[in-house]
Design a protein around this ligand. Structure first.
Ligand code: AMP
Ligand code: GLY
Length: 423
């Protein structure tokens, strides 16, 4: 099979790494890929905004399956355009990708099909939104309806802060059209976890659970980022909880969508809050998580290309998806200034001095004179797999310590919450 991975970040590097191990994959492409992905795939420089260009290239090359990493091309309809040309695409079509592309759409679907989530109201009028905030009181959560690169959520501790968020989204348009509609919801309390699932339209096979670390500093302090590290499986997600999430969240969501005439195929990512009343949805994403993928896929003991192709054909079976009885920890190394900005061009040293079984997934690097340099906010994800979570964490940090670039930012407590559960 000829497979093309769409995207060029750490998640896509991990997808390509896992796909490259498949006996079913004879040739791997990455559009646009990255300097690091060029070691395992043929990189083709077509911008992600050129949906027709991507589709036409894949037809011309005789690509058998596209695997789409990021949400933006999915919400813009890349899968629809490619499928119309006869290509198999792992990833939801435009209608199904609304689960991530529109928070109002996702919340309304959850309400209609009784899927546990925070109580909410949606608004297109700023004054009505502010009145609702004063009626509900703080803490309260304000979300832009559309995509906002993970920055469209404000967990406001005071009513004033919530009102400011409404003004920023609806009057100052800081997220453009994405903030024209907003959701205001109840602030849930609990521990967060992610459960991703392979979905073929009807059959759902959950992956191993994971936990992300969204804040930039230790102890979950400082501003939100794309994710500073992840580990899997997450002990907070006991086998009973995974079953509960499958039965009360994943299955009714996919079935609800079907009743609305929408077939969901690809990876469905449920961001969860484990509250005192049970698991509730924080958000859905229509693709793999970054950096969850860097912790989850190294534990997959099956052929990823076979699973994904089965999803595109409506032929997924649970026995196709097997996991290693081990733990994985991925520690992200970010550049100076992240998340407000990023620093480019700092030389990355030590990549040749790592344990032979350490995995380094490149999120934002470039090659300059044969040497890797920083080229984005999140730079590297360093993953280790070991029999226990403690050993995986120690091994990941041991390798992180061998790597250096100026201004590097690394959390020192990735996985610590998981260890607390195991005590
Ligand atoms: P999202 O982009 O929707 O994942 O939100 C970003 C982060 O905001 C989440 O990871 C949570 O930590 C937090 N968050 C979002 N919605 C809620 C909520 N209803 N209650 C508490 N925290 C929330
Ligand atoms: N790690 C969070 C996300 O991928 O959205």
């Amino acid at each position: 099979m000829k497979v093309a991975v769409i995207g060029g970040g750490g998640r896509e590097h991990t997808l390509a790494w896992k796909l490259s191990q498949s006996l079913n994959v004879e040739k791997l492409y990455a559009i646009p890929g990255s300097a690091a992905m060029a070691d395992i795939a043929t990189c083709v420089n077509i911008p992600l905004s050129d949906l027709e260009g991507i589709a036409n290239y894949c037809v011309k090359e005789g690509i058998d399956m596209l695997v789409v990493g990021p949400e933006v091309p999915l919400t813009e309809g890349l899968a629809d355009i490619c499928q119309a040309k006869g290509l198999a695409v792992f990833g939801p079509n435009k209608a199904a990708a609304q689960m991530e592309g529109s928070k109002v759409f996702a919340k309304n679907l959850m309400k209609k099909y009784h899927i546990p989530t925070a109580a909410y109201a949606s608004f297109t009028d700023g004054e009505a939104a502010k009145a609702y905030i004063h009626e509900q009181g703080a803490p309260i959560v304000v979300k832009a309806d559309g995509l906002a690169a993970g920055k469209g959520v404000v967990v406001a501790q005071t009513e004033e802060e919530a009102v400011e968020a409404v003004n920023a989204m609806m009057e100052d348009h800081i997220f453009g059209a994405s903030g024209g509609r907003i959701v205001i919801e109840e602030c849930m309390v609990g521990e967060e976890a992610s459960l991703l699932a392979f979905v073929d339209g009807t059959t759902i096979v959950p992956m191993i659970s994971a936990q992300d670390h969204k804040r930039i500093f230790d102890n979950d302090e400082g501003p939100n980022t794309g994710g500073m590290g992840a580990y899997a499986p997450a002990p907070v997600m006991t086998p009973a909880l995974v079953k509960e999430v499958e039965e009360t969240i994943l299955r009714p969501t996919i079935e609800g969508l079907r009743q609305e005439g929408i077939t969901y195929q690809g990876c469905l990512y449920a961001g969860l809050m484990i509250t005192a009343q049970g698991p509730k949805v924080v958000e859905f994403n229509c693709r793999f998580g970054d950096p969850e993928t860097q912790a989850v896929l190294p534990l997959l003991d099956s052929d990823l290309a076979e699973i994904m192709y089965a999803c595109t054909q409506g032929k997924l079976r649970a026995d196709m998806v097997q996991w290693k009885p081990a733990s994985a920890c991925c520690v992200v190394m970010a550049s100076a200034g992240y998340p407000a900005s990023s620093h480019k061009g700092d030389v990355i040293e030590g990549l040749d001095a790592l344990d032979t079984d350490a995995m380094v997934f490149h999120s934002g690097t470039a090659k300059k004179d044969g040497q890797y340099v920083t080229n984005g906010g999140r730079v590297l994800g360093v993953t280790a797999v070991a029999p226990t979570l403690k050993e995986a964490i120690d091994k990941a940090y041991h390798n992180v310590q061998a790597i250096h670039f100026d201004g590097q930012q690394v959390r020192s407590d990735i996985g610590a919450k998981g260890l607390k559960h195991l005590k």
